[in-house]
Design a protein around this ligand. Structure first.
Ligand SMILES: NC(=O)c1ccc[n+]([C@@H]2O[C@H](COP(=O)([O-])OP(=O)(O)OC[C@H]3O[C@@H](n4cnc5c(N)ncnc54)[C@H](OP(=O)(O)O)[C@@H]3O)[C@@H](O)[C@H]2O)c1
Length: 216
């Protein structure tokens, strides 16, 4: 499958590397076509790994992962272009964390909104599914790094898109436990949870952890 991964940070590179290892054709997107990190990633990853600017990457992908700094995600998607994103499944992993006053960050959305919803408002024809933003990059593609049962969450309005993303998380990334929270407004919860995740990381001194939601 042809997949666009927007973002050259640790999340973009980790997701893109996993997808290439599964035999997909992956184009990493960034603000400039000559981005050093993207270029190094493509060189190191070899066959099936490409890099372009956000627009050319989004154009090439049958599905698109949004792995950009949360405060820049809407700008990145505008650069990707509405026509290149139209009708596609967009897997949004980003968190709108404002670190301008240092750690801990604050959310740039209040409790009555979220980045996931703002993407949907700005790009109503894109099938936005919010997921994986509640775990570390390595855990996203290797959930077995965390022992025992633990959960990932999906939020989105398009039922078919969510089903496709759940299949991807299960079959490609190895997630066993996935909770469909409901429509995109439920991203408010997972985005706000990240503040707690950061405090846990400080306390536990590791990023290889996650939550389990015991169910009957
Ligand atoms: N790190 C984790 O383990 C983790 C876990 C869960 C969720 N997340 C979320 O995943 C996202 C990616 O995190 P990360 O640590 O991999 O990378 P990051 O440093 O947060 O983001 C890097 C990417 O964001 C783009 N970017 C930055 N500012 C931008 C702007 N103003 N406009 C457009 N694009 C902009 C950069 O573009 P260029 O390539 O052009 O520089 C780069 O591709 C974040 O939203 C983060 O909160 C991270």
């Amino acid at each position: 499958m042809k997949i666009a991964v927007l973002g050259t940070g640790v999340v973009g590179r980790t997701i893109a590397t996993k997808l290439v290892s599964l035999g997909h054709e992956v184009t990493m997107g960034s603000r400039s076509a000559g981005n050093e990190k993207a270029s190094a990633w493509a060189k190191q990853s070899g066959k099936g790994a490409y890099h372009r600017d956000f627009a050319r990457a989004a154009e090439s992908g049958e599905i698109v992962f949004a792995c950009t700094a949360g405060l820049g995600t809407l700008d990145a998607l505008r650069m990707a272009g509405v026509l290149n994103l139209r009708s596609k499944v967009l897997i949004d992993i980003s968190n709108a964390l404002d670190l301008s006053n240092g750690f801990p960050p604050v959310l740039s959305f209040r409790g009555d909104d979220s980045l996931g919803e703002s993407i949907r408002r700005a790009f109503p024809e894109v099938k936005v599914v919010k997921t994986l933003n509640t775990v570390n990059a390595e855990v996203m593609v290797s959930p077995a790094r965390v022992p025992g049962d633990h959960d990932a969450f999906v939020s989105g309005n398009d039922i078919g898109a969510k089903a496709q993303v759940i299949r991807i998380l299960h079959e490609w990334f190895g997630w066993k436990n996935l909770i469909d929270l409901g429509d995109i407004t439920t991203a408010r919860g997972t985005e706000a949870y990240v503040l707690f995740w950061l405090q846990l990381m400080r306390g536990l001194k590791t990023t290889d952890f996650n939550v389990q939601v015991p169910k009957q």
